[in-house]
Design a protein. Structure first.
Length: 97
């Protein structure tokens, strides 16, 4: 599948505050055109859902970071496993990292 042009950051390199802002901005898949341009015809729903999955990933990622900083490793690992799951839900052509 040929995908869109992607303008999203590598979420694994962002700091907590940046992750929070990203999660808030794209929470419902809104603003997905900020992330994806030249979306193939008929794939707007895929782009919107992919943006929402990236937002969920970002939300869980910042929580995992905060739990690790607080020494709550088990909780952090739970959030990290959810990050892995969200990442797998994003079609490969729509992944930015």
């Amino acid at each position: 599948m040929t995908g869109p042009t992607i303008f999203a950051p590598n979420l694994d390199t962002l700091e907590v505050q940046q992750l929070k802002l990203f999660a808030k901005k794209y929470a419902n898949g809104n603003n997905y055109r900020d992330i994806y341009s030249e979306v193939p015809e008929g794939e707007n729903a895929t782009a919107r859902e992919s943006a929402a999955m990236m937002a969920r990933y970002a939300s869980h990622k910042w929580r995992a970071i905060e739990h690790r900083l607080n020494g709550e490793v088990d909780l952090a690992m739970g959030y990290e496993s959810m990050c892995d799951w969200y990442y797998q839900q994003i079609p490969e052509a729509y992944r930015s990292w």
